[in-house]
Design a protein around this ligand. Structure first.
Ligand SMILES: [Zn+2]
Length: 138
């Protein structure tokens, strides 16, 4: 069975409604949004696997417009796997704002997140010095 969700409040709705009965969102508005804006709205999807996929796509597209929503998400997201996906996406985007959010995540209430960031940074440093050594050998 296929479930339909309101893209504004993410409560389950029937396929046939035009207006969400919970938040009055006009579902026809959603079809007028750009693909990027649909992605950003979908960060609030109730299914964590979908959220993770959306975050991954935002990283692939290096969608800077999604950064404010990702910043909010690190406060309320309860799933560590989704949070780790955010870390990867921030690294992909890698601008000043993304780096600032990443810095904030070092002090995340889930210690697994800060440990994950330390671990990837350690491997990047190792890789960097590995390359530097190869360069010197030439
Ligand atoms: Zn709604």
């Amino acid at each position: 069975m296929i479930h339909f969700f309101c893209p504004s409040c993410w409560r389950e709705i029937s396929e046939s409604v035009v207006m969400c009965p919970y938040c009055n969102y006009d579902l026809r508005d959603f079809n007028c949004l750009s693909y990027d804006d649909k992605l950003i709205l979908s960060l609030k999807h109730p299914i964590k696997e979908i959220r993770r996929l959306i975050i991954f796509l935002i990283g692939l597209k290096k969608l800077k417009k999604a950064l404010p929503e990702l910043e909010k998400m690190i406060e309320y997201e309860e799933d560590p796997i989704v949070l780790i996906e955010i870390v990867k996406t921030l690294q992909q985007i890698n601008d000043k704002y993304a780096k600032a959010i990443l810095n904030k995540m070092r002090f995340h209430r889930f210690s697994i997140i800060s440990r994950y960031i330390e671990q990837i940074e350690y491997s990047q440093i190792k890789e960097f010095y590995g390359k530097a050594t190869n360069f010197n050998n030439k």
